[in-house]
Design a protein. Structure first.
Length: 527
């Protein structure tokens, strides 16, 4: 059964792999050419009669994927599926060329007339997610729009993050945002991926403002139709010659403010993007001995469906193997398959001890849960292996250690007074003080028949007199690709998964201090 969404997924995946081969080589033109050629070649294998309405430019300026070009294996055939196609074969050519994060390959498709034929010019834009839909106006002052967004998101303006392209033309906009109290994330390229991130919860992006390419505005609108977000855009006319060209394309009112629906009016929109380099929304292409791994997002308006797709493209060789991981990077809109840490407060038997609540407590409570499971496991195993269970408890300068050995595996619980933070793999906030009564390690090592499984949890707790906002800014700067996965009552959790390990930072402000929980949860065998 033909599924257009899966076909366009294949197109953007192939383009991402081709352009990723050029990553970091310092040649934006070669990176873009690789993506264009791959996308064009792959489109001709899809059973459609497609027309490029947004592409690499006019016919006389682009050798392929030019505006008006016919693509698809069924082009010009009677009864074939006719679609309009908008592409950005490599959004962020400079990002790919320098190895910076955020480069993606993009394609949107719809029935004929379902995507605005936008001219190659600038467009003034504002992008928000579903919660702030209908609350902003392109003509309104920046401060007014930020207050409206904050009100819809039920937070302060100072909690907002606004993405802006780092361009000289945006100096006044940047000043207005800062004056309003919001925070800014300046990007060198890639306002399309930023626009998508603004409509997905958990990416840490709440709005996109400023002017960027009009074609990218249409592609963003196609994605936002599927995500229930909103973009408002107005074409920026450079001169009379450009105005005449727009009117020749059928755009009569060049001062018109376009809504999401007007930029992408189609009823059967399909949108797909694949990561080339690591970004806020998607991980980049990974090459390994047995193949290639890509991460993509595929969306359809009818039916309303959003898919985050992790694909392994296997090499064609006799000894190829597939390896599954228990923990992968959490994708926006999905539940974590790794360990999660709750939000709440634990009660203390000693009223003189400060109650450390929220996310930090959740990290430490995980050790209690694991220890409890270990006790139950030991009891059950004892029913079968009563004579073969060995429990050993030792004390040292590092802390207390309990080792449990059974015929099917072992568990080791260590309370580290001075756990080396380098083992966790997360930088310690400068000047933070280690809380020696918290932290430690839990490791499992089980073998059964021919299978072998290891699992390790490391955690440590620090505190500082600096504000939680200052601590957040430090980790945003040091770890730009990490995602904020929860924010509740002043508590923040950031996390990132790579090479089988989920690393977590949990922040909580209490009694004039910011408490910092660092944790690493993972399976070393999955590396």
């Amino acid at each position: 059964m033909f599924d257009l969404s899966l076909e366009v997924l294949r197109v953007v995946e192939d383009a991402a792999i081709a352009s990723a081969r050029t990553m970091g080589m310092g040649d934006p033109r070669t990176a873009d050419q690789a993506a264009v050629e791959s996308m064009r070649r792959c489109l001709d294998t899809v059973a459609i009669d497609g027309t490029i309405v947004i592409g690499e430019g006019e016919r006389d300026k682009a050798p392929m994927l030019y505006i008006g070009e016919k693509v698809g294996s069924d082009k010009d055939r009677d009864g074939s599926l006719t679609v309009d196609i908008a592409v950005d074969p490599l959004e962020g050519t400079n990002l790919c060329a320098t190895g910076a994060g955020g480069a993606i390959t993009v394609l949107a498709a719809s029935e004929r007339g379902g995507l605005l034929h936008a001219p190659d010019c600038y467009m003034e834009k504002i992008v928000v997610g579903p919660a702030a839909k209908g609350a902003v106006e392109l003509e309104a002052p920046v401060k007014h729009n930020l207050k409206a967004i904050a009100r819809r998101l039920q937070r302060g303006v100072d909690d907002l993050v606004v993405v802006v392209l780092d361009r000289p033309r945006h100096q006044k906009l940047i000043g207005d945002i800062r004056e309003a109290g919001a925070r800014i994330r300046l990007i060198s390229d890639g306002d399309l991926s930023a626009g998508i991130a603004a409509a997905v919860a958990g990416t840490g992006v709440h709005a996109v403002m400023g002017s960027g390419g009009a074609p990218e505005g249409v592609l963003t609108a196609a994605a936002l139709r599927c995500l229930n977000g909103e973009i408002l855009g107005r074409l920026v006319v450079k001169d009379d010659k450009q105005r005449e060209r727009m009117q020749a394309m059928g755009i009569r009112d060049t001062d018109k403010t376009y809504t999401t629906q007007e930029l992408a009016p189609g009823r059967n929109i399909v949108f797909a993007a694949s990561g080339v380099t690591d970004g806020n929304l998607l991980k980049g292409v990974r090459f390994f001995g047995d193949g290639t791994r890509t991460q993509s997002i595929v969306m359809t308006l009818t039916p309303a469906r959003v898919r985050f797709v992790d694909t392994v493209h296997l090499e064609n060789k006799p000894d190829v193997k597939v390896r599954f991981r228990r923990s992968t990077r959490d994708l926006p809109g999905t539940f974590s398959r790794g360990s999660s840490y709750g939000v709440g407060k634990r009660n203390s038997m000693n009223q003189n001890n400060s109650q450390r609540g929220g996310v930090v407590a959740g990290v430490l409570v995980a050790f209690l849960i694991l220890a409890a499971l270990a006790v139950v496991g030991v009891f059950m195993a004892g029913m079968y292996f009563a004579d073969n269970i060995h429990v050993q408890k030792t004390d040292s300068a590092k802390g207390e250690t309990v080792q449990v050995d059974t015929p099917i595996g072992s568990m080791r619980v260590e309370g580290h007074k001075h756990l080396d933070p380098k083992l966790i793999g997360v930088p310690v906030y400068p000047g933070a003080i280690r809380e020696e009564d918290n932290g430690g390690a839990v490791s499992f090592d089980f073998s059964h028949d021919s299978s072998h499984k290891e699992f390790t949890v490391l955690a440590a707790h620090y505190s500082t007199s600096d504000s939680i906002d200052k601590v957040k800014e430090f980790y945003h700067h040091e770890l730009p690709h990490w995602m904020i996965t929860s924010r509740h009552n002043g508590q923040v959790k950031m996390e990132y998964t790579e090479d089988g390990y989920k690393r977590i930072i949990a922040l909580h402000e209490e009694n004039g201090k910011t408490h910092i929980g660092l944790a690493s949860v993972g399976d070393p065998a999955s590396n």
